[in-house]
Design a protein around this ligand. Structure first.
Ligand SMILES: Cc1cc2nc3c(=O)[nH]c(=O)nc-3n(C[C@H](O)[C@H](O)[C@H](O)COP(=O)(O)OP(=O)(O)OC[C@H]3O[C@@H](n4cnc5c(N)ncnc54)[C@H](O)[C@@H]3O)c2cc1C
Length: 379
């Protein structure tokens, strides 16, 4: 590309090398298009923002490298604020596996490069100029002329702003500690605590698959009684399921965190110049806050629509990339999210648990936690 103020012409500029950007870029390159992928992080295995729990439907439908996945988890334990009389649910199938996200991102980037994607790390998307998109890379500015731009730049998408598309307004914030644990006889378990003092509007969790433990909280940022960091410290000090587990300190504990859009997929996620995928498009389950399955599925839809548009030489197919149509299928989950957001006191959480302990309550929890539904994308 030469040096100095560089200029690059491509079919598609993808901004952001999370799973959404990497997957979309790979599919487009495999379809024969010229793709440039710009990522501001200088390494893909650093500054990870997700726990990395993959659900069964994703594991069934997407070929993730098996060596980058932890042992299967079938057991979920749900706790009220008192932690007394938790509800244990065990599935007859393998429901979850925690990804080694650093390895998964690196693997996805190798796959993208092998498909022909030009991956630029340490390269920030800075905006849209009159004659192209502006990137700032380690060797200086780059001006990119692209037929389309894909905003895969996360919950607070700059691309969404520049394309005047919808933006996430309903966000949770999450943080977690991750550390290696000794193998033991403990069954791999996902512990979830419903306590608005620790995780207002969502859950506090311990995921222990026998190799790593993830201890985290998430909730509405302005509702943590004494801030999210303190909530995490309090929860971590008395996290369920880790009695007798050797806990490392200092640099052996990885800290992760970030915003989670839970307002449902956004309405306007495409225009004649490009589209949004993943968190940028609000493609996260409003109820469970899971975004890995939705980001992979929506990326396939996005790549297909862009492929149609590039082959036709017209942007018309992008009109089929319609968040409003997808949103309609989220009504139930959005209603449940509003219900969870309304749990503001330990008494309300305890009352919810009384329902959860009944057979219909347990059946409903099993449907949410072990169900076959996934992000509904169809063309
Ligand atoms: C604490 C936490 C735990 C979570 N746990 C789970 C879970 O266990 N299971 C699950 O399914 N979901 C989980 N989620 C949600 C899930 O992680 C996300 O929905 C998913 O990772 C979104 O992928 P993405 O590619 O859209 O965005 P991201 O992974 O956020 O990728 C966006 C990328 O864009 C880059 N970027 C941003 N701005 C620019 C710019 N200007 N220029 C260049 N690059 C830029 C960022 O550096 C980043 O690499 C969790 C979220 C959080 C915050």
């Amino acid at each position: 590309m030469g040096s100095g103020r560089r200029r690059v012409n491509v079919d598609v500029l993808v901004v952001g090398a999370g799973l959404a950007g990497l997957h979309t870029a790979t599919l487009l390159a495999r379809a024969g298009h010229q793709v440039l992928l710009a990522e501001r992080r200088s390494r893909l295995d650093g500054a990870i923002r997700t726990t990395g729990i993959f659900v069964r439907r994703t594991l069934d439908d997407f070929a993730l490298p098996p060596g980058s996945l932890g042992p299967p988890i079938r057991r979920v334990v749900l706790y009220p604020p008192s932690r007394r009389r938790p509800v244990t649910l065990v599935s007859e199938r393998d429901e979850y596996r925690v990804g080694d996200m650093g390895a998964l991102y690196l693997d996805a980037a190798r796959t993208a490069a092998a498909a022909g994607v030009r991956v630029l790390l340490g390269t920030r998307y800075e905006g849209r100029g009159r004659s192209g998109f502006l990137l700032a890379g380690p060797e200086g500015p780059i001006r990119v002329r692209a037929r389309f731009v894909v905003g895969a730049d996360g919950a607070r998408s700059r691309v969404a702003r520049d394309l005047a598309l919808d933006r996430n307004r309903h966000l949770l914030t999450g943080a977690e500690e991750v550390f290696a644990v000794e193998a033991s006889a403990r069954p791999p378990t996902f512990h979830c605590v419903l306590d608005p003092a620790l995780a207002p509007g969502y859950l506090a969790w311990v995921v222990d698959d026998g190799r790593h433990a993830h201890v985290g909280v998430a909730g509405y940022a302005d509702r943590f009684p004494d801030g999210m960091r303190r909530a995490l410290a309090r929860f971590s000090a008395a996290a369920p399921g880790l009695d007798g587990v050797q806990r490392p300190a200092g640099a052996e504990v990885e800290r992760r965190g970030g915003p989670i859009p839970v307002g449902g997929v956004l309405g306007r996620i495409s225009c004649v110049d490009g589209l949004l995928v993943g968190d940028a498009a609000g493609a996260v389950s409003p109820l469970t806050a899971g975004g890995l399955d939705p980001c992979l599925r929506l990326s396939e839809h996005a790549a297909a629509v862009l492929d149609d548009a590039l082959r036709a030489g017209r942007p018309d197919p992008l009109a089929h990339y319609d968040g409003a149509a997808l949103r309609a299928r989220f009504r139930g989950r959005l209603a449940l999210r509003q219900g969870l957001a309304r749990v503001r006191t330990p008494a309300a959480a305890a009352a919810g648990f009384a329902v959860l302990r009944t057979p219909p309550g347990r059946a409903a929890a099993r449907r949410i936690l072990f169900g076959d539904r996934s992000f509904p994308v169809s063309r």
